[in-house]
Structure formats: C-alpha cells, structure tokens
Design a protein. Structure first.
Length: 155
C-alpha cells in the first residue's frame, strides 16, 4: 500500500535537484511525496516579495502537513528559508530538517534550531518517523546531535 504525504520542501533554488532525489528516496520506501514548493521546473514569475509570501508560499505551507527543510551548506542565513520555517511554525506545521548528502559540518538555520520538531539524516525511515510525530535530532550520520546553544533573554 502506497502512503502519500503532502509536504512543502523548503530549499535553496540552487538545490532543486535534491527535491527529486528526496522524492525518489521516499518512493523507494513506498511513500509518495506531494510537494507544494516552487522549483525551477515550475517557477513563479512574481517579483514582489509580499505577493510571493501571501499568494504562493503561504498557501503551499498551509496546505502541507509538514515543512521539510533540506539542509545544505548554504541553507543557514537564507532569508526565504528562515521565513518559511517561521511561517510554518505560526501555522502549527511539523518542521523537519533533513541533512542533504554532502552536508557534513554545516550549520542549520537558526529558526530550524528554534522551531524544528526533528532533524534527521538522509534516510527514508527516519524522515517518515519524523513526519509521523517522532522527535529526533540527529547529525548527518544519524547520531544524536549534541545540545544546541539557545540564546536566552532575561526578563
């Protein structure tokens, strides 16, 4: 029996090729991923950031059951990815970071550390467990991630 999940895959456009690799990874485990993200295969022509957020990205994130963030060396400090994570958090979506192949040693976006429900390796079973409510924070090799520093603000 094929399981189907609606997700929004948050990524840098330079990492578009990873989306099909991710879907294939999941397909090999009997999981179909329906993705609402924007890729170069089906680009939007909008130029106004507010329009893009309100009319393109926001509805896709609301439609999805989870936001999957593909973690690559350049994911950190990417304004659009940060916005997508924060928007998903405001709409109570599961937020799952997935280490892309070759991403050893890179940092995750600060909003993912702050709001993420899980960070897992490039492993279909781990991704599926995270989508289905398992909280797990792993490094690229599937080992538990060390505690991350959190900036505290005094009252």
């Amino acid at each position: 029996m094929q399981n189907t999940y609606n997700v929004f895959i948050s990524h840098r456009h330079e990492d578009d090729a990873l989306i099909s690799s991710f879907k294939n990874l999941m397909q090999n485990k009997g999981v179909t991923i329906r993705d609402a993200s924007i890729t170069s295969d089906d680009p939007n022509q909008a130029r106004n950031p507010d329009y893009i957020k309100t009319n393109i990205l926001g509805p896709g994130i609301k439609w999805a059951g989870a936001l999957v963030v593909l973690i690559t060396p350049d994911t950190k400090n990417h304004d659009w990815i940060d916005w997508e994570i924060e928007y998903a958090n405001k709409h109570n979506k599961r937020i799952i970071g997935v280490w892309a192949p070759g991403s050893a040693g890179c940092e995750v976006p600060e909003p993912l550390d702050k709001y993420g429900d899980a960070v897992v390796g490039w492993n279909a079973e781990r991704v599926l467990a995270a989508i289905n409510d398992e909280r797990s924070f792993e490094d690229l090799d599937g080992q538990p991630r060390p505690p991350q520093p959190i900036n505290r603000i005094g009252c």
